[in-house]
Design a protein around this ligand. Sequence first.
Ligand code: IMP
Length: 176
Amino acid sequence: MELFSPEALITEEEISHRIQELGAHITKEFEGEDLVVICVLKGAFIFCSDLIKKINLPIKLEFISLSSYGDGTTSSGNVRLDMDISESVEGKNVLIIEDIVDTGLTIKTLLEMLNVRKPKTVRLASLLFKPNKLKHKVKIDYLGFEIEDKFVVGYGLDYAGRYRELPYIGILNAGN
Ligand code: IMP
């Protein structure tokens, strides 16, 4: 199989610098509290692992797997729960870590799902946000970068299961 290198949109250094800032911000806001971090698989796995290293608080890490995209570059409009978290979030501070908010459907669905479980607080950290595609109002408490409406890959994000391992965020062009 041929290897393509998508054009860089956000470099490794820029991501690392922003994560440092987000970690410090989250640490300050939750000072003296415990945090349940929910990593939304698969796309957020690299962002989550880098971000939690910069949060100086007692953390319990959970994973949840949701899918809305199938193998293409547009949302299917349905969100499927593929794997749930294993611990109760009742009465706890929850931080959801997501890779990208596009239409907002995935996060809206996840927030509805979590809120019935009565957490103390729920906050959202997302590495990326595409404001032009938003259909469902979602509040991102800790945002990495706002980007234009292009399909991006790398740093955990995929196209048809590929490119997750790239250390930067790249734009997937027709030629890729
Ligand atoms: P939403 O439900 O439309 O907000 O879509 C969120 C999910 O779609 C993300 O968690 C990603 O898995 C996927 N997604 C949206 N835009 C992109 C992109 O540009 N590249 C890769 N995945 C994306």
